[in-house]
Design a protein around this ligand. Structure first.
Ligand code: NAP
Ligand code: F7E
Length: 343
């Protein structure tokens, strides 16, 4: 009997870690990749031969229906469980302000398309499970600190609003059609595989370039934002655990501590011998190395969002109690691993 998984967004940071975990656990792993003008599979290069990949897109219903029909037919008499992990998304909060309609189509309606394809495939409900990559961005302008599964939502970006639809449609399909459909409300998670335009990776890549003399400064946006940053590998394991429970439910995954963007800068630069101090305010704030006086970090409005999420701090007690999940990597270990990889 086969254990089968389909991962949308398999070429992304989380998709690549999740695929490794699923292969280790003996799943037949299928993935949906997008056609691109250049190779976009670098994160899964090392496991490429072990995966079954199909071109697809969350904006294309017929494509999703065909992929699910192919999987249903192939495993019809030989299926233990079929787990669908919906990780595909336009995942950049700032970009979502520039592409709000596309973001809602992929992150919101795309979730609905996949749920509909799942509902209409021939695999019976008791053998099929669905994971939705939900996000702490649902809490946005937070109404309580820390945030749990019962904290009211207040999204602050087209991304957050689209993901809110994804969250609710997953819950609705669970209740309406008795599907094993769950959302993981994941706080920020990073790694050396993080895309280059998220703040943590931008900082560690910038540091590497400064050390190699390829760049003389790093320009960032809001330095005071607070984020609950964990390691993507730990969160991918949490996704799998969510689908191994007896009953479908939604869970927060978080480290339960937060740090500012400034702190991420200070810690990563300190690992390479800099002692970053700050002077000035707002867009005139500058980070300089106290040992040499060299000015290294600058602020540009270009990276500000029209509406910012100032602070996110999770409380993952439910996941820790019910799933037995906890993050294995500390904040310091995460920073050190990313600095090491990029420097
Ligand atoms: P990521 O690195 O940006 O990966 C996104 C993936 O989605 C990529 O494989 C991308 O393909 C694919 N994709 C984008 N648009 C698509 C479309 N229209 N159709 C099909 N595939 C599409 O994101 P991540 O950090 O791994 O995050 C995974 C999921 O968790 C996302 O849904 C994200 O919103 C959510 N999430 C992330 C975090 C976090 O801190 N990382 C926290 C909470 C929730 P290409 O490689 O071709 O671009
Ligand atoms: O920003 C500030 C920025 O883009 C973090 C996604 O995975 O996590 C991620 O969304 C903070 C924000 O991540 C720059 O304003 C300062 O306050 O790394 P980020 P995000 O917006 O928190 C959530 C949970 C998701 O679900 C998303 O998919 O850092 N910031 N300066 C900057 N951010 C960026 N990108 N670039 C800067 O230069």
């Amino acid at each position: 009997m086969s254990k089968v998984a389909l991962v949308t967004g398999i070429t992304g940071q989380d998709g690549s870690y999740l695929a490794e975990i699923l292969l280790d656990k003996g799943y037949d792993v299928w993935g949906i990749i997008r056609r691109a003008s250049n190779i976009n599979t670098s994160r899964i290069e090392h496991i490429f031969d072990k995966l079954t990949l199909r071109y697809g897109d969350l904006t294309d219903s017929s494509n999703l229906l065909l992929i699910l029909a192919e999987i249903s037919t192939k495993y019809v008499s030989n299926l233990d469980v079929f787990e669908i992990y919906n990780l595909a998304a336009m995942s950049h909060v700032k970009v979502s302000f520039e592409m709000p309609e596309y973001t809602s189509n992929v992150d919101g309606t795309g979730t609905l398309r996949l749920l509909e394809a799942m509902r209409s495939c021939s695999i019976p409900n008791e053998k099929i499970k669905f994971y939705q990559a939900s996000t702490s961005e649902l809490y946005g302008k937070v109404v309580e600190v820390p945030q749990t599964e019962t904290t009211p939502f207040y999204p602050r970006s087209p991304y957050g609003v689209a993901k809110l639809y994804g969250y609710w449609i997953t819950k609705n399909y669970r209740e309406a059609y008795d599907l094993f459909a769950c959302s993981g409300i994941l706080f920020n998670h990073e790694s050396p595989r993080r895309a280059h335009n998220f703040v943590t990776r931008k900082i560690t890549i910038g540091l590497g370039k400064i050390l190699r003399g390829e760049q003389d400064k790093l320009v960032l946006g809001n330095l005071t934002s607070l984020r609950d940053w964990g390691h993507a590998k730990d969160y991918a394991m949490g996704m799998w655990l969510i689908l191994q429970q007896d009953k479908p439910d939604d869970y927060v995954l978080s480290t339960n501590e937060y740090h500012s963007v400034k702190e991420f800068v200070e810690k990563s630069f300190a690992l390479k011998g800099f002692d970053i101090k700050w002077k000035g305010e707002g867009t005139n704030e500058v980070g300089y190395d106290e040992k040499t006086g060299r000015e290294l970090i600058f602020v540009s409005e270009k990276y500000f969002r029209p509406t910012e999420v100032d602070e996110l701090l999770g409380d993952s007690t439910k996941a820790r109690t019910e799933l037995g999940w906890k993050p294995e990597h500390s904040f310091d270990e995460l920073v050190a691993e990313m600095v090491e990889a990029d420097c």
